[in-house]
Each structure stands twice: as C-alpha cells, then as structure tokens.
Design a protein around this ligand. Sequence first.
Ligand code: NAG
Length: 152
Amino acid sequence: MANTMKMAILIATVALCMSSLLSLVYAGANINGYITGKVVCDPCINGGKPIKSAQMMVICFDKKTNDGTYARKGITNDVGVYKIAMKPGIEADYCEVRLHKNSPWKACKGIIPGKNVTTVNFNNKPVGLSNNKPVYAAADVIGYKRRRSLCN
Ligand SMILES: *[C@@H]1O[C@H](CO)[C@@H](O)[C@H](O)[C@H]1NC(C)=O
C-alpha cells in the first residue's frame, strides 16, 4: 500500500518534470533571439524622455517576395525599452519596428515622420544575450513629440 503510494507520487513527479521540461524546449525551439529598442518623447531633444507602455510591432518581410513573414507586438517598460521575441529564420528577412496604436502619453502623441518606424540590421553584432539567445538592437530610437516640440 505504502509502496503503491510512493510509486504514484514518483510517477506524478516525473510527469510534472517532463511537462515543464517540454514546455521549456518548446519555447526555446520557437524563439531564437530578441529585438530591442527604445520609445521616447521628443527624441531630438537630449535623446528624449522614455515613454512607458508604448506599443510597437515588429514586422518582417521576405526580401525577395515582399511577403510578410512575421509580426509581433511589444510594449515598453518603465524606461521606455521594448524587447520582442524573434522566430527562427527572420534574420534573413527585412524587419521593421513600427509604433503601434497611439501614444499612451497624452501630452506627447504627435507623429514625427521618420521617427515612427525603424529597421533592424541582423548583420550587426548582437548587443547582448537573453536566455542564451542574441538580442539585436533596432537601428534608431523611435517616438512621439509634444505639441510645440521642435522635433519634426
Ligand atoms: C509614419 O509616419 C508617416 C508620416 O506621418 C506615415 O506616412 C507613415 O504611414 C507612418 N508609418 C507607420 C509605420 O506608422
């Protein structure tokens, strides 16, 4: 009786370990890097002020066919930084990071042409590692401007 109980606990424990291991492997197989960058208010003034909870989207296209290959949304943290997971293979594609939706900062929501989108160059050296995967930086800081801002 006691032995059956121990056996049952053992099997349950092994099953639990296997499933958490499987979910780790699964995540690892589908994320092979990250794209990071920053969203600020008035990027042309002293580098700007970080915007928290700004939404952006990474969008990738096949360089030959122009077909969309990947799209994934992200959101900035307290210091205006986003980090978006990449699926395998998109290093070969053309990828952009676009501001998505409106600025969460009411007083700083103006679009600055050319600063509402940036690119990612995967030929550049990764800026770091996250979960042992390379982290690539977007080419530019993107952002919004205040109403009477000198940014344009
Ligand atoms: C960026 O802003 C320009 C100018 O307002 C606009 O034409 C373009 O559609 C915007 N791009 C994105 C990705 O939002």
